[in-house]
Design a protein around this ligand. Sequence first.
Ligand code: NAP
Ligand code: HSE
Length: 438
Amino acid sequence: MSSRYEKISAALLGAGTVGGGVYRLLKKRKDEMPFKIQAELEISRVLVRNPGKKREGIPQEILTDDWEGILKDPKIRIVIELMGGIEPARTYILQALEAGKHVVTANKDLMAAHGRELMDAAQRHHCDLQFEAAVGGGIPIIRPLKECLAGNEITEVMGIVNGTTNYILTRMTEDGMDFAEALKKAQELGFAEADPTSDIEGLDAGRKMAILASIAFHSRVTFQDVDVKGITKITAKDIQYAKEFGYTLKLLGVARNTDGEMEVGVFPMMIPSSHPLAHVKDAFNAVFVHGDAVDDAMFQGKGAGEMPTASAVMGDLIAVARNMQYGCCGRIGCSCYRDLPMKASGESRHRYFLRLIVEDRTGILAGVAGVLGNNNVSINQVIQKPAVGGVAELVVITDKVEKRHLKDALVIFGEMSMIREVASVIRVYSQRQGDDLL
Ligand code: NAP
Ligand code: HSE
């Protein structure tokens, strides 16, 4: 029996963790589509590298490795890119837009590096290019920033935007699991990228922060502008000290627009254990946004994994289908209408946790304090642990200091024979200027 509804066909590029999830979720919601979008919505082709391989729930006959066939099929009006990486994803998306097909993608690597080129192409061809799943997995954050918060001057976006590293740090903190075991578990759960280096070295979070900052501050930030440090050097000892000082270790992304200068970074950070972000565990993500009208708003949810990410992709797919039905595609394109400069990174001010392995003899504390003092690094707290095997551990938490001053002090530490090793340098959370909670 033929349906009275128009059929909108989409092609899925990629049938891995997210692609497989999207296919299954659309199948589950299929009967509701006519009520939601006054049309039927189907995935008619699925592009993969290996079409011979069985994919749970996806009929074998719609699997293909023929991109040209999808591109030339006039019935396919939406392309859902879930392959990941830069190429061939960039070329396929540009070709799809040129052919008048709308695009949904979860590809943060691509959007962070080539966002402007892709958004411009979408605008030129009056097409939708939606990428809600690129940041925060299932959490709605792109559309809220572009639409619901459009009346604000946003000055800060901060949060936990990588599920893999948050999962690893949670398991290390709560179960004493070691790094490698926690990473393996995150990979099994489908949170990690194809190459997990981009998760654990902070690159994935850096790309997401570039996307968020571009949208929040209306000024293009690319991955190259982001100061990035991952969690590979974090040890069980650092986590233990964080607990002793009343902190929890998290990988945080911070983007600030201070008086028209932007700074965007991703760093392991010690945050007070009472802070709401300290309670965001496992693969959950959370993003704080500060706007002049809304004040503080927080978005929280599952930041990675099959179904949470499929949820965001499906939301985009339905939004595109609705726009198609109402003839208003390409309505919200690139929102970067400013060209703000990045703040020089040496000038940014932070508090730091320093863990030094030092010789166990008199005068060490005075020597360390002297170097810090001479370089304008003022000490907030210090503890020394009893010596084992002739070496002691000295832990210092500084006040807010300029990064370049700390760098100078660290160079001198490196030349002092009494300091065997600067084992850790980790940022300690400090509030926005003007707040006095810390
Ligand atoms: P994945 O499990 O590695 O799946 C990738 C899929 O793309 C596979 O089916 C693969 O085909 C196909 N593919 C890759 N390169 C291809 C090519 N050149 N031609 C045709 N097919 C190709 O990846 P994923 O975890 O689903 O991630 C997909 C995208 O979503 C990435 O951009 C990722 O960053 C993003 N994302 C992932 C998550 C998450 O939690 N996993 C969350 C948010 C966003 P074969 O199966 O034949 O190899
Ligand atoms: N690898 C990413 C993460 C997937 O762990 O957050 C979600 O973007």
